[in-house]
Write a protein that binds this ligand. Structure first.
Ligand code: GLY
Length: 383
C-alpha cells in the first residue's frame, strides 16, 4: 500500500517520465476513452428524443440542452466524430453525422463570433474524416458568415454584439476566446486567412499583460481602432487571469503556428505556457480563475490546456510542456474528474465552471470540457 502511495506521489509531483509512466498513462487514457464512448453513445440515444437540440451540461439531476445557435452546439457532434476516428465504430459515425446536420442553419448566421467553435468542431471534423463535399460547403459558407464580423479598422472580428449602452461605437468587444474561431478561417485560406492573421496580430498587441496573462475582454473604438477598455466578463476581476480564457489563448496561438508556421505565434504560445505552468495547483487542473480566492476547479480549462500543451510540445520538444499535459491528463482520468459510466448525465468529465461570478454552471460537466479531453487523450495516444 505504501509503495502504491509513493508511486502516486511521484507521478503527481514529477510527471510521468519514462515509458513506465507514459505507458501507464496511455492505459488510463484508453480506459477513459472507453468510458467516453459509452457516455457519448448514451447521450446520443437521449438526444435523438429531443428534436433539434444539443447537450450542454447536467445540473440538478437534469441534462440541459441548447439550440444550434448556442456557442456550445458543435462540441457534442465533434466529440462523436473524434470517437468515430478513434474506434472506427460506424454507429458513432451515424450519430456524428445526425447531430452535425442539426447545425446546418449556422451556415448563414452572422450573429456570433463562435461559428469557428460551432462549425469547425462539427463540420470540420466531419469533412476531415469523410471528405464529403457537403460538409465542406457548409464550412465555406460559415467562414463567409464569420468574416462579415471583421472590422479592418480595428483589425479584429467582433465578439459580442451588445456591450455598454452608452457610446456603443466605443465598445467593439473582442474576447480572448475568439482566437479559437480562427482555425476555420485559416483552413479556408485566401482572404479568410488574412482576417485570421490580422485578428491574431491585433490580439497579441492588445490582449496581453506584462506577465503574459490575458484580459478577457478588450473593447475598441470601431471608428478609429483605439483600445477603449480592458475588462473581464467571466473572470474574478478585470485584472485577474480567468482560467479558460488563458487556455483559449494558449490553444489559439499554438493552432495559429500550426496553420501558418509564423514564429511569432509560437513565441506567444510559449510565453502563455510559461506564465501558466508555474501557477497550476498540485493536480494541474486550474481553479476557475488563477487569481480567485473562491475555489472551484474548471476541468474544461485543464482539458483545453492539456490538448494545447501536447501540440506545443510537438513544436518545441520542451519536456515541461509534455510533463504538464501528462499531469493534467492523469488527473482528468482519475475518479476525481472522470464520471462513472451511466452517471453525470452521460457527460465524461465532472467539475467544470461556465460562469462562476454569475453563479451559472458552477461545478458541472461541460460539453466543451469533454470535447477537448477526448482530443487531448487522442493527441497523447498518437505521440
Ligand atoms: N467562450 C465562452 C466560454 O469559454 O465560456
Amino acid at each position: 500500500m505504501k509503495k502504491i502511495l509513493l508511486t502516486l506521489v511521484v507521478i503527481g509531483t514529477l510527471g510521468l517520465a519514462g515509458c513506465g509512466g507514459r505507458c501507464a498513462l496511455k492505459k488510463e487514457l484508453k480506459q477513459a476513452l472507453a468510458v467516453a464512448v459509452e457516455q457519448e453513445k448514451a447521450q446520443a440515444v437521449r438526444m435523438e428524443g429531443i428534436e433539434g437540440k444539443l447537450p450542454q451540461t447536467y445540473e440538478k439531476g437534469e441534462v440541459r440542452v441548447a439550440s444550434p445557435y448556442n456557442w456550445i452546439s458543435g462540441f457534442f457532434p465533434g466529440a462523436l466524430w473524434l470517437l468515430y476516428e478513434y474506434t472506427g465504430d460506424e454507429q458513432l459515425r451515424t450519430y456524428a453525422d445526425e447531430f452535425t446536420r442539426r447545425l446546418e442553419v449556422l451556415k448563414d448566421h452572422t450573429g456570433t463570433h463562435d461559428l469557428g467553435f460551432m462549425v469547425f468542431c462539427s463540420y470540420g471534423n466531419a469533412y476531415r474524416l469523410t471528405g464529403d463535399p457537403y460538409y465542406k460547403s457548409i464550412i465555406e459558407q460559415a467562414a463567409a458568415s464569420l468574416a462579415t464580423r471583421f472590422n479592418p479598422t480595428v483589425g479584429c472580428i467582433r465578439s459580442w454584439n451588445t456591450g455598454r449602452k452608452e457610446n456603443p461605437e466605443l465598445d467593439f468587444m473582442v474576447i480572448i476566446d475568439n482566437m479559437m474561431n480562427l482555425e476555420m478561417l485559416e483552413w479556408c485560406g485566401g482572404k479568410y486567412a488574412d482576417i485570421a492573421r490580422r485578428h491574431a496580430d491585433t490580439t497579441i498587441k492588445n490582449h496581453f499583460r506584462e506577465d503574459n496573462s490575458s484580459y478577457h475582454v478588450v473593447a475598441y473604438n470601431e471608428l478609429t481602432g483605439e483600445v477603449t477598455d480592458r475588462r473581464t466578463a467571466q473572470g474574478r476581476s478585470d485584472d485577474s487571469a480567468w482560467s479558460r480564457g488563458q487556455s483559449w489563448g494558449l490553444y489559439g496561438y499554438t493552432m495559429m503556428y500550426r496553420m501558418t508556421q509564423d514564429k511569432k505565434y509560437l513565441d506567444q504560445a510559449v510565453k502563455i505556457a510559461d506564465y501558466l505552468i508555474p501557477r497550476l495547483p498540485e493536480d494541474a487542473i486550474p481553479n476557475w480563475d488563477y487569481d480567485a480566492a473562491e475555489q472551484s476547479k474548471d476541468s474544461s480549462a485543464g482539458a483545453i490546456m492539456a490538448s494545447a500543451l501536447i501540440e506545443l510540445y510537438g513544436f518545441t520538444q520542451n519536456e515541461t510542456y509534455l510533463a504538464t499535459a501528462e499531469r493534467q491528463l492523469h488527473s482528468l482520468c482519475s475518479d476525481a474528474y472522470l464520471a462513472p459510466v451511466g452517471e453525470n448525465g452521460n457527460f465524461v468529465l465532472m467539475h467544470g465552471v461556465g460562469h462562476y461570478m454569475a453563479g451559472s454552471e458552477v461545478d458541472v460537466p461541460l460539453s466543451y470540457g469533454d470535447y477537448y479531453f477526448i482530443e487531448a487523450a487522442m493527441r497523447y495516444l498518437a505521440l
